[in-house]
Design a protein around this ligand. Structure first.
Ligand SMILES: N[C@@H](CCC(=O)N[C@@H](CS)C(=O)NCC(=O)O)C(=O)O
Length: 232
């Protein structure tokens, strides 16, 4: 039996930007079954397969040990299955893509979270930091190039892809404004092209439904930001 023939299951949930990353990896053409979790009442399946973080996404490929963490899963899918390469072929370009994906999740993700879910001077300082971080990310997209991956969507586009759909969602829920056409025209242009892609479109959840699903988690987001502030 070939690897392709083994069932692929994705433990995810509705409206998650990190689950979206794995769903977009369907650019590889890998069919999978989506198992939708209720994060307020996590299943035994999720706890068994991701005992460390107890978070989605989790990928199950045949009867192999589970693969956790969205970007790790995207890399796995890219390497384990045939289809268009998501990672750049050149080792330096691969390292650079990984660097910026990590920057998105660490430095930029943290500043964004604080800008969205804190108040007062902390919020203003984090918004300034976020805008600088977005400018740094934007600088990775050469003028005239469609995607971070070149002519086609690649690993870094997938890592950053949630900005295109979820940034506006989070802005609406929180009232913050972080990504604007005036300040980041290239990133906004990229976001439009990313969302217009046929495969991406199939994995973008309805905006109003995402807002409705995430709105009740607002207090949780605020409490996480408060805890993060004490560690800064
Ligand atoms: N770094 C992880 C983040 C995973 C994550 O935060 N998943 C959220 C859904 S968006 C989750 O499962 N939350 C459940 C919880 O925190 O209890 C990744 O990229 O996969």
């Amino acid at each position: 039996m070939t690897m392709m023939a083994e069932p692929v299951k994705l433990i995810g949930c509705f409206g998650s930007p990190v689950v979206h990353r794995v769903e977009v990896a369907r650019l590889k053409g890998v069919p999978y079954e989506l198992i939708t979790e209720d994060l307020n009442n996590k299943s035994g399946l999720l706890l068994r397969h991701n005992p460390v973080h107890q978070k989605v996404p989790v990928l199950l490929h045949g009867d192999r040990p589970a693969i956790c963490e969205s970007l790790v899963i995207v890399e796995y899918v890219d390497e384990a299955f045939q289809g268009p390469l998501l990672m750049p072929a050149d080792p330096l370009a691969r390292a650079t893509a990984r660097f910026w994906a990590s920057f998105m999740d660490k430095e930029c993700g943290e500043s964004m979270w604080m800008a969205l879910w804190t108040d007062g001077e902390a919020k203003a300082a984090a918004a300034r930091e976020t805008k600088t971080n977005l400018t740094l990310i934007e600088g990775q997209l050469p003028e005239g190039q469609r995607f971070f991956g070149g002519d086609a969507i690649g690993y870094l586009d997938i890592a950053l892809g949630w900005i295109a759909h979820w940034m506006g969602v989070f802005e609406e829920i929180s009232g913050a404004r972080l990504l604007t056409e005036e300040e980041h025209p290239t990133l906004c242009r990229w976001a439009r092209e990313y969302k217009a892609n046929k495969t991406v479109k199939q994995c973008l959840p309805n905006r109003d439904r995402v807002i409705a699903a995430l709105m009740p988690r607002k207090e949780l987001y605020i409490s996480i930001a408060k805890a993060m502030a004490t560690q800064r």
